[in-house]
Design a protein around this ligand. Structure first.
Ligand SMILES: Cc1cc2nc3c(=O)[nH]c(=O)nc-3n(C[C@H](O)[C@H](O)[C@H](O)COP(=O)(O)OP(=O)(O)OC[C@H]3O[C@@H](n4cnc5c(N)ncnc54)[C@H](O)[C@@H]3O)c2cc1C
Length: 344
């Protein structure tokens, strides 16, 4: 089979790695960024407990890419009278890693054309199967009806001497419309950024932070992150040759805007069901079912329709999911923290 993989993010890289060794296939990758500018626009935080096994499948050791191992994440919930509104979340596997170096190593030796946005008609005439792994862009699939995304900006910075924080830090914006992040990399480097549904707080807060904590700005990037889950991101196919994998079909955990692990899982499911689109669709919807509930919760918060008493059952379900999956999220999950978060 002739397969085109469009987009070399985590999903595309995993697919290139997994499909290129099968001699029954001819696999070609496409990436819009030129090779020298190819980057992973992302804060590079993930959970090593899960990544370890996923990356082993690609013949690599995740450990070799870790930049910072988190111990504690301070989450500032903003002012609330005299109450201390800070949560300290114990971390058990949350790390930052060199995401772009890992993508390059996962795709080493595979056939990729960089610096090109291929035309759909050209792909359709040349390939039997086209995988849209273009993340937020979703250039090759019909637009979903009810999608939602959070605009984000991010700086890669370097501090000389003391850094503002020595571990993960978040500041939540009102009504869960987004948050500011400070994620340490290594040797004084950090990712500082913010996502805000209303675009009100992200620039202001990041600018103030950069003014207060002087640093060298290495790079500024911006792109939205899709938070509507797979259930709201159908169709996964154009009904002809193209199928979506990764963030293009909504595999991002909406509460955290965390898409590295879910998008890699999605690519794994795709490889498993490469010859059966219906089975792939079913498994994706099943695997990411809870994301639909979490998304509903975020939507209610953003639209001012959330009520802690009326919606207690939803909060409890989200808590149970995350508590049972502490190892997957790489953090300690406490009900009182989730209730605090749902009250901002
Ligand atoms: C600012 C920001 C910070 C984030 N931080 C985190 C984090 O810390 N941890 C986490 O888990 N998730 C994070 N996310 C989400 C996460 O980055 C994504 O959900 C995840 O990378 C999705 O993987 P993907 O491979 O599906 O798509 P992407 O990683 O978006 O990759 C898509 C690739 O396709 C290329 N492309 C796009 N259009 C075309 C085209 N037409 N032709 C060719 N190539 C194309 C792009 O250049 C890119 O290389 C963040 C998102 C943002 C925006």
């Amino acid at each position: 089979m002739k397969i085109a993989v469009v987009g070399m993010g985590v999903a595309g890289a995993y697919l290139m790695n997994g499909l290129s060794n099968d001699h029954d296939n001819y696999v070609k990758g496409f990436e819009r960024m030129p090779i020298e500018d190819h980057d992973a626009v992302c804060a590079w935080a993930t959970c090593e407990n899960i990544m370890e096994d996923l990356i082993k499948e690609c013949g690599l050791e995740f450990n070799d890419y870790i930049l910072h191992e988190g111990k504690n994440m301070k989450v500032d919930m903003g002012q609330s009278g005299k109450e201390d509104n800070t949560i300290n979340v114990g971390l058990k596997g949350m790390v930052t890693y060199d995401k772009i170096r890992l993508i390059k190593d996962m795709t080493r030796g595979t056939n990729i054309q960089f610096g090109i946005i291929p035309k759909k008609e050209n792909l359709e005439s040349e390939f039997d199967l086209i995988i849209d792994a273009t993340g937020f862009h979703r250039n090759y699939l019909p637009r979903p009806q009810n999608e939602m995304w959070i605009p984000c900006i991010q700086y890669k910075v370097k501090y000389q001497g003391k850094t503002p924080f020595d571990d993960f830090y978040l500041k939540a914006f009102p009504s869960m419309k987004g948050y500011f992040w400070y994620f340490p990399l290594e040797n004084g480097y950090a990712h500082i950024g913010a996502g805000d549904y209303e675009r009100k707080n992200n620039n202001v807060f990041v600018d103030e932070f950069l003014k207060k904590h002087k640093c060298e700005v290495i790079k500024k990037v911006g792109r939205p992150v899709r938070i509507s889950p797979p259930k709201n991101s159908e169709p996964f196919t154009d009904g002809r040759k193209t199928i979506g994998v990764g963030e293009s079909i909504g595999t991002v955990y909406p509460l955290l805007g965390e898409g590295i692990i879910p998008s890699t899982w999605c690519a794994q499911l795709f490889i498993k069901h490469i010859n059966d689109f219906n089975a792939y669709r079913r498994e994706v919807l099943k695997k990411f079912q809870i994301y639909a509930l979490v998304f509903k919760f975020i939507q209610m918060k953003i639209n001012g329709k959330f009520n802690i008493f009326k919606n207690a059952a939803e909060v409890l379900k989200i808590y149970n999911h995350m508590k049972n999956e502490e190892k997957r999220y790489g953090m300690e999950v406490k009900l009182k923290d989730l209730i605090k978060v749902s009250r901002i």
